[in-house]
Design a protein around this ligand. Structure first.
Ligand SMILES: NCC(=O)CCC(=O)O
Ligand SMILES: [Zn+2]
Length: 324
């Protein structure tokens, strides 16, 4: 008897039996995307922010509970919190002030949806008067030790308030180790550390405008991954930060870095969050809802374990709607 190879096996003309019947198709394909693959950015604005934010999920503290409850209802199981910094100064004192906007947001999310995973941004840029991610020395350089201490203190404050994961976003080597050590010392061994691998891009524009985090000095290109080398440099940074104690990673943006996402996935087995940043939102709207969902499914297929996106709510509603 001849054993047929796959190539030689006869198939009815024009019909693929593995796909044509719904029940058989379901044996080998899961859904391309489900709501649980999605997380939403939660940008918490000043109480007197004008109505009608340009970005979904950019709300005042008073609206946090209702927003997060709605997302949880749709099956969105994660939020990443960014707080608009108040009382900004040269030492970022607002960043660790008791009861600041970040701490109150964490408490509000957890009080509303205890099962929603909360990730919080740990960075100086919302809290320094120069809007850099780090603290400066007297002569204008980077005060690394003070910056590490600030990030450690922010992480512990967020963890005390109930955050599940902290996300150091300054792209500073050593800051992941500092944050991990501070959490451990404070007894928060079960709080995760998820640093941002951030490419230099124009796709952070709407976020920086809304949150006033654009550095006075111009840009932060020297800290971010150079687009022309990001395929290699991202891997180097990812490996280094895992050695420092990162247990998961975020890559941003993704629309112009899917190649980097695929390479990162090939190199790493830790959970990867793909962050479709604020500048992608207009493009996603232009795709329409179905196109948006295809895009997000492509990110999942490319290796993202979780997709952080301003389109989370729109996509989750679409996924929930019954279809053939
Ligand atoms: N650390 C915050 C950002 O990098 C901004 C991301 C965005 O544009 O959505
Ligand atoms: Zn920053």
């Amino acid at each position: 008897m001849t054993i047929l190879t796959e190539r030689e096996a006869p198939t009815p003309d024009g019909i693929n039996p593995a796909r044509v019947r719904r029940a058989v198709r379901a044996l080998c394909t899961g859904p391309a995307l489900i709501a649980a693959d999605l997380s939403a950015p939660l940008l918490v604005l000043p109480d007197d922010a004008p109505e009608g934010s340009p970005l979904p999920g950019a709300v005042t503290l008073a609206a946090v509970s209702a927003t997060v409850a709605g997302w949880a209802e749709l099956g969105i199981k994660g939020v990443k919190v960014f707080a608009y910094g108040h009382d900004r100064d040269g030492r970022a004192t607002g960043a660790t002030a008791p009861g600041n906007r970040m701490v109150r947001t964490i408490a509000a999310v957890k009080a509303t949806a205890a099962d929603t995973a909360v990730t919080t941004e740990v960075c100086g840029c919302s809290w320094t008067d120069h809007s850099e991610c780090f603290l400066r020395t007297g002569d204008g350089g980077i005060d690394l030790d003070a910056t590490y201490r600030l990030m450690g203190a922010m992480a512990v404050q967020h963890a005390d308030a109930g955050t599940d994961v902290v996300s150091p976003t300054a792209m500073l080597d050593g800051s992941i180790r500092a944050v991990r050590a501070a959490l451990d010392e404070a007894g928060h061994r079960d709080v995760g550390v998820n640093p941002n691998l951030a490419l230099h891009t124009g796709l952070y524009g709407p976020f920086k405008a809304l949150m006033a985090t654009d550095p006075r000095a111009g840009h932060r290109r020297g800290f971010q991954l150079e687009p022309g080398r990001a395929d290699r440099d991202t891997i180097v940074r990812a490996r280094r930060w895992i050695t420092e104690g990162a247990d998961s990673l975020t890559l941003q943006p993704v629309m112009t870095a899917v190649d980097v996402l695929v390479r990162l996935r090939d190199d790493q087995r830790v959970p990867i969050v793909a962050y479709s940043t604020s500048g992608e939102w207009a493009a996603l709207q232009a795709l329409g809802t179905a196109g948006m969902v295809e895009y997000l499914a492509m990110l999942k297929r490319s290796g993202a374990d979780q997709i952080l996106t301003f389109a989370a709510e729109t996509a989750a509603r679409h996924l929930e709607a019954p279809r053939a």
